[in-house]
Design a protein around this ligand. Structure first.
Ligand SMILES: [Zn+2]
Length: 324
């Protein structure tokens, strides 16, 4: 009886939240407060415990899945669909293993808690404190479900753990690694399209830089830089296949889109720019480098009925999801 009356009330709150939060698309399962999550202690063999380097430099030994609770909860909003969170859990587990196997940047198999270096991580206490009290339990249960229901699962290509890059919003189409970092491409990281990413706040942003500021920033890097604001000062010369800026001429310099993204702190290399009186306005699509899984794309797919396996197979080509 209670439920019959409560349910419409809960739904009303959720729809209001959705309006207020501007397309965060909250869709917590009504019963998630009472959900019992099975805590599977998966035997990861050699990867049972991993050494995590904290912000203060100290190193903490953690069980792999216990570490992943902190990663998934820090990297993806708990409001996202459970299938998107499960995809994130498998991707984060894969990224972690790849780092342990291939990277030495923090010494012997150590991963750090910085999102710009390795993967973001939050302790349960810090994570809980950042959530509103009324959603804490339900959110944490979803994170546990995402990690423990996929325990042991990683993504492989030709029998090897992949380098599972991910980012916030692809702007509609993901990017190949060569256009971001140079080097060589990976067969499993192709440019793919996803619909629905324009429904998220990360999809569009703008940066305004004054002409003086722009000149100063570029001159700091290239001291022979010059620009005539009256003679075709800025021109995009070439785009990548995924519509990001490949080459842009600013004054007497040809710069890459990725370089301009870094110089002017743009959310992605998918941008156009306009000179408006004393300013340059950058209109940016997407958020992040654009390689691999798009988190908002994953949520959008999940909300249209895709499973976490569908999501992983969409963003990574010809891969297998295997149990370690
Ligand atoms: Zn790191």
């Amino acid at each position: 009886m209670c439920l019959v009356f409560l349910l419409p009330f809960l739904l009303t709150i959720k729809f209001n939240d959705e309006n207020i939060e501007n397309n965060k698309k909250i869709e917590n399962k009504a019963n998630s407060d009472n959900q019992e999550i099975e805590h599977i202690v998966y035997d990861y063999g050699a990867y049972k415990t991993i050494k995590v380097q904290m912000e203060d430099g100290s190193i903490v030994d953690m069980n792999l899945d216990e570490y992943l609770l902190g990663v998934v909860s820090a990297e993806m909003p708990a409001e996202y669909d459970i299938e998107a969170l499960k995809a994130q859990a498998v991707v984060a587990r894969t990224y972690t293993l790849y780092t342990i196997i291939h990277s030495n940047k923090h010494g012997d198999g150590i991963i750090c808690t910085s999102s710009s270096c390795c993967q973001a991580w939050l302790s349960k206490e810090d994570r809980m404190n950042k959530w509103d009290e009324e959603v804490r339990e339900a959110n944490w249960n979803k994170i546990e479900e995402a990690v423990y229901s996929t325990s042991g699962e990683v993504i492989e290509y030709n029998g090897e753990v992949i380098d599972a890059f991910f980012h916030a919003n692809s702007g509609g189409k993901t990017e190949v690694p060569i256009n971001v970092w140079g080097g060589t491409d990976y067969p499993y990281l192709q440019a793919v399209e996803t619909s629905g990413e324009d429904g998220y706040t990360q999809y569009s942003s703008e940066n305004i830089v004054s002409k003086t500021e722009l000149e100063k920033i570029i001159k700091e890097k290239y001291n022979d830089f010059s620009i005539d604001w009256n003679d075709n000062p800025i021109e995009i010369k070439e785009y990548t296949d995924s519509n990001r800026v490949k080459t842009i001429k600013i004054g007497n310099k040809n710069l890459s889109g990725v370089e301009v993204r870094t110089l002017f702190n743009l959310k992605s290399a998918n941008f156009i720019c306009r000179v408006e009186s004393n300013n340059i306005k950058f209109l940016v699509k997407g958020y992040g480098h654009g390689v691999g899984l798009s988190q908002t794309g994953a949520d959008s797919m999940a909300k249209s009925g895709a499973s976490y396996k569908d999501i992983i197979n969409h963003f990574y080509a010809n891969v297998q999801i295997v149990s370690l």
